[in-house]
Design a binder for this molecule. Structure first.
Ligand SMILES: Cc1ncc(COP(=O)(O)O)c(C=O)c1O
Length: 441
């Protein structure tokens, strides 16, 4: 485990996060437990904001990609750091509003937004809607007309850069459910269409090339391609995009296969992107666009850990040792979905040497319900506290009530204080929306 300011081994040999002993947290709040380190979240939000302030004259806005972790408290934190957010559903929008988030700093995404969601977006005055289809553009135009407003929009385009964790390839790939491809002309065509819609105000373009990306050149290449496209559109249509949204995707450390990045590294990623945009603006004689970026994982991912209690242990000699925990795919489906890798530590004895490889299994009725496969761990027994690291992004967001398990509690830790930000569900919550038709008696 790489230690850092707020995640370390304390004098008792226990894992500590945000000044709180994880064994004490497990005792106080029970397990499984999502734990979020407030300082880390704020540090990352500030890093991106300050980079735009310093290197781009403040001509932009960081939008926290709230799909990574959405709850009222996170919107409060984002707002207090002076950043905006993006949302991809009426539910995320509602949550942001419940936290008092300013509408103007919210951008609405999604490849198939419902009429209700679009209506809510226009009605509430969100800063922008990222248009992803002709259908949506036309519906939105009608809603804006009925409300007597001109809705700000961006168009989601595909620059043809496919990014992978440690590499990128350029493709002319049009096979994506998102956006309009530059290479096949559809991005240009939708631009001409939207410019004819009187109730939409086209601000510019958005692209997002993927997630968990470490290859700096992928971001630069995407920015270059979108800037070339902006120049092309200006030359042909006499329309110059005022805004460029370059999406999210910066990678984080899950295991020792991933680099450890500091805030300086993230600032460097963004600065490279900014430099590329400036160079292209110079080359094409374009004004510098208002810059939006949408980091999610890199703001909350490493800020989060999940604590578990070990239950049953099944050793199949010569095959595998399963260590079962009180969580599983209902609170972290990422291994089941795409074999994500995690670092697992024994939180109640961090100095113990790793002597074995084990598979961390969940409690769901599903063989694929695993959290981590063949990970190094010290000897463990029932009752030990395990921590899975870097679970802040896309864990709670993707949680479900599979097998009618509770979605766990989430707490925020800071300077030795721990506060609940999402309550643990109750049995009553699980049946709240169930209805028994009268005829069933
Ligand atoms: C449009 C868009 N923006 C931003 C993000 C956030 O990406 P990340 O969490 O990797 O920073 C995503 C994630 O899938 C996305 O689809």
């Amino acid at each position: 485990m790489h230690q850092r300011e707020t995640l370390k081994i304390n004098g008792k040999g226990h894992l500590e996060i945000g000044g709180c002993d994880c064994v004490d947290l497990a005792k106080q709040f029970g397990t499984p437990l999502y734990v979020f380190d407030e300082k880390y979240i704020r540090k990352m939000a500030r890093t991106y904001k300050q980079t735009i302030d310093l290197n781009y004259g403040g001509n932009g806005l960081v939008l926290y990609a709230s799909k990574a972790f959405s709850c009222k408290a996170i919107y409060k934190i984002a707002d207090s750091e002076g950043i905006g957010c993006d949302v991809v559903s009426g539910g995320e929008l509602y949550t942001a509003f419940q936290a008092g988030f300013p509408a103007k700093k919210i951008y609405f995404h999604g490849n198939n937004k419902t009429v209700e969601e679009l209506t809510e977006a226009v009605k509430s005055g969100v800063g922008g809607v990222i248009v992803d289809s002709y259908r949506e553009a036309d519906i939105l135009d009608g809603i804006a007309k009925a409300k007597g407003v001109r809705q700000n929009v961006l168009i989601r385009i595909n620059p043809g850069v496919e990014a992978h964790t440690h590499a990128y390839i350029q493709t002319a790939r049009t096979d994506s459910k998102f956006g309009f491809s530059i290479s096949d002309g559809t991005a240009y065509n939708i631009t001409t269409h939207i410019l004819t819609l009187k109730n939409l105000n086209l601000q510019g373009f958005h692209c997002h090339i993927g997630s968990q990306i470490f290859e700096k050149q992928s971001f630069v290449l995407a920015a270059n391609k979108v800037m070339d496209f902006i120049a092309d559109v200006k030359a042909k249509l006499n329309f110059e995009a005022a805004t460029l949204n370059i999406g999210g995707g910066f990678g984080i450390h899950y295991t020792d296969d991933d680099p450890v990045l500091t805030e300086k590294d993230y600032a460097e990623y963004l600065t490279m992107l900014i430099d590329a945009i400036k160079a292209k603006a110079g080359e094409h004689k374009l004004s510098l666009p208002y810059l939006l970026i949408e980091p999610g994982r890199s703001i909350v991912g490493e800020a989060g850990i999940t604590l578990y209690t070990v239950g049953a242990i099944k050793d199949i000699p010569g095959i595998k040792k399963y260590v079962a925990i009180d969580g599983g795919m209902f609170e972290n489906p990422r291994y089941a979905l795409y074999q994500s890798k995690y670092t697992v530590v024994k939180a109640n004895d961090m100095n113990a040497e790793c002597t074995q490889k084990v598979t961390i299994a969940g409690k769901c009725c599903e063989s694929g319900d695993l959290i981590a496969v063949d990970v190094p761990l010290p000897e463990v027994e029932s009752g030990d506290i395990l921590a899975v690291l870097s679970t802040g992004a896309y864990n709670y967001s993707m949680a479900s009530n599979y097998n009618r398990n509770f979605i766990p509690q989430a707490i925020l830790v800071n300077d030795g204080k721990a506060e609940t930000i999402i309550k643990k569900q109750t049995y009553e919550d699980l049946v709240r929306n169930d209805v028994i038709p009268e005829r069933l008696g």
